[in-house]
Design a protein around this ligand. Sequence first.
Ligand SMILES: Cc1cc2nc3c(=O)[nH]c(=O)nc-3n(C[C@H](O)[C@H](O)[C@H](O)COP(=O)(O)O)c2cc1C
Length: 451
Amino acid sequence: MGDLRTSGVDGRERAMGAEELFFSTTDRRGVIRQGNSVFVRISGYSLDELVGAPHNTVRHPDMPAGLFRLIWDRLNAGRPVGAYMKNRTKDGGSYWVFAVISPLHDGYVSVRMAPCGPLFEFAKRVYAQALRLEREAVQRDGMNRHDAALLGMAEIEASLWKRGYASYEEFMLHVLPQEVSARSRLRKRGYARPGAQGSIAEVLSGTGALDGMLDELVGRLAGYQKLGEELSTTSAKVLDIAHRLNASVAAATEASELVAESAPVLANVARVMAGPMNKAVDALERLQTEFGRLRTDVAHLRFQISLASLYNDMAAAFAAEVFDRVAPPESLTAVPLLCDAAGSCIAEMSEQVQRVNAALRDIAHLVTQTGTSLEEFRRFIGQWRNLVLRHDAGRVLGDKVHPIDEEISVSWEWMELLRNLGRQYESAIVPCDPALLQTHLNKIRIAPASL
Ligand SMILES: Cc1cc2nc3c(=O)[nH]c(=O)nc-3n(C[C@H](O)[C@H](O)[C@H](O)COP(=O)(O)O)c2cc1C
């Protein structure tokens, strides 16, 4: 099919409602196979015009090529991707969406919603800057389009990096859950249709139940993440004290060597007490690494839950549209496909949940280990202090004992807090039953067959 665009662009922006979701599927090259009524109404094209046309039909010239490069790199690697996109309508207007695209069977499926999260304005600025660079490179320096897209991509990544995101992936993992939860807060009506019957009612009740389960999981994950952040800050504080304690112990050991001839036991105990202190520092350092890993795993898990809930919502939206007679009954044929898309998210989720729970157990173990080592160290330091008194070495070692005593008492309070959080954390294992989620999905998947 040729270029369907009939006019240039104008400044008119079409807004889409929080309830509305765009749907399309394509083949592996991005040629459209299916669309929904929202896509038709907002883009201004008929479904006949869209089906068989490449998806770049709706591409807006304000979009940097670098973004599509990032998108296709992920899709070609077989992974889902999410991005803000400005699209062009048939009559030259525009509309913004937050799009998610997933590889599915022999093509791709995409669901798009109105962007309303806090990073939308930031994304617009990033795109404008990348587009400016790409245009300058092409128009002023004669760069080819392929290289200009690479330049735009690097610019987008650099802007995200400045904002604290190590990669586009990290940004996307953060943004999709934000957009999905902002949307669910804004949505007024929802998809429940009390008068629905037959397969429509089945799809709506199945998607409603799944939505509730995913929502609950997201809620628990949020509490879990907050606890994780507190634990991470507390352990960083204990690590800081432990580093200072370690330095004081090293100074005490060195000073004990000075009286090694008259009181060798002092140096011996000092050397031994450095052992548990080093172990505690080691466990605390490993805790920091574990927290980093956990943060990444939780971010992936939240992303998959949000993606599954979006595909689930899309299935519900189809059923609601058919009930409202906005879409023909045949559009329910998209439901099994959406169930497959949500199903692969759930499969990923169950792997992520296992990883998160394993990290949680490791963290709880390291907290216990830190406590045991610090306890052991405290026993040695008590002995060492007594020995200093007994050998009358206070004159030489007195100023070494004092900072250790002070740091120990501070560390003890923090350690108590750490232990408390560690206990709460251990009992916060994320309960997730993927088999139950899949059972719900299966019910939704077969419902349209009875149409
Ligand atoms: C499922 C799917 C949905 C897509 N949705 C859009 C879209 O809404 N807007 C858009 O400009 N590109 C979309 N794309 C990307 C286009 O295929 C295309 O890469 C992009 O418009 C850039 O056009 P160009 O490659 O001709 O420069 C989508 C691709 C796929 C696979």
